[in-house]
Ligand binder design. Structure first.
Ligand code: SAH
Length: 251
């Protein structure tokens, strides 16, 4: 059987208990070496075979996974954060399904959640934004035109931009073509939850310059939106005058 497991954002104690248990009993682990904290491999039992997928193609990954799982051994495919975001798991699952190899998916704490923790922020503030747009700049992987940064930035919602810290000049320029202004608050979060985590806050107009100053060009998320500023409304749920299924409101 193949277990796709989210490793979490980096700190080894941010993997789920289920993910950790699967790692402990795995016969083979294939991990995304560029981003998964190698400390997690310390959970593997002695004799577990470990492969770094940073050096492998999809075909090479499958060539390891398929015969091993056909022999009845347990394979853990360890992806950074949550595997559903930029994890390239669909192409693996489709081939396993075709070959009748059973698999399951264990979610992980995505880096965008760790980044919110790092800035001590809440993405969905009443009166500010109730939506989070998770996206990326087009790189070698194209992004559909209707999802271009200016098109998504037109909403002025909370945005979390992955895989784009190496293109901050272009990103800043494109974000400014939407609803944000030079003063809209932004943050660069480098290696959220790792010991070397860095948080750089700045107005959007200074994003690229701050990236250069702090030498951040990879393994970082860009957060944009007024959720990083001071103003918001209190929640209705916890308002004393609000009646819910669990609590009678008082005028
Ligand atoms: N599945 C992962 C994302 C993989 S794409 C997740 O859910 O987080 C790789 C990109 O994720 C990186 O280029 C970077 O933008 C972001 N990333 C991954 N780990 C990060 C971390 N600890 N801190 C900040 N950004 C991170």
């Amino acid at each position: 059987m193949v277990h796709f497991v989210g490793a979490g954002p980096g700190a080894p104690d941010l993997i789920t208990r289920r993910g950790a248990a699967l790692l402990e009993q795995a016969d083979v682990v294939i991990y995304a070496g560029s981003l998964v904290n190698p400390a997690l491999l310390g959970l593997c039992r002695e004799g577990c075979r470990v492969y770094d997928s940073a050096r492998m193609t999809l075909e090479e990954v499958l060539d390891v996974m398929i015969p091993v799982s056909q022999r009845g051994e347990q394979v853990v495919r360890l992806h950074t954060g949550d595997p559903s975001l930029y994890g390239a798991i669909r192409e693996q699952m489709d081939i396993l399904r075709e070959k009748n190899i059973p698999f399951d998916v264990t979610p992980g704490v995505s880096s965008f959640c760790a980044a919110a923790g790092a800035v001590e922020g809440e993405y969905t503030l009443p009166g500010v934004s109730q939506s989070v747009i998770i996206t990326r700049m087009a790189g070698r992987t194209p992004v559909p035109e209707r999802e271009s940064i200016p098109a998504l930035a037109a909403h002025g919602a909370t945005m979390v931009i992955f895989l784009s810290a190496g293109m901050l000049d272009k990103l800043q320029e494109q974000l400014l073509q939407g609803a944000y202004t030079l003063e809209t608050p932004a943050a660069l979060v480098y290696k959220a939850s790792w010991p070397e985590e860095k948080v750089v806050r700045c107005p959007l107009g200074e994003l690229a310059q701050k990236g250069r100053e702090h030498n951040i060009s990879k393994t970082a998320l860009v957060l944009v939106g007024d959720f990083l500023a001071g103003d918001y409304q209190r929640s209705k749920l916890y308002d004393p005058s609000f009646t819910t299924g669990y609590r009678e409101g008082k005028p």
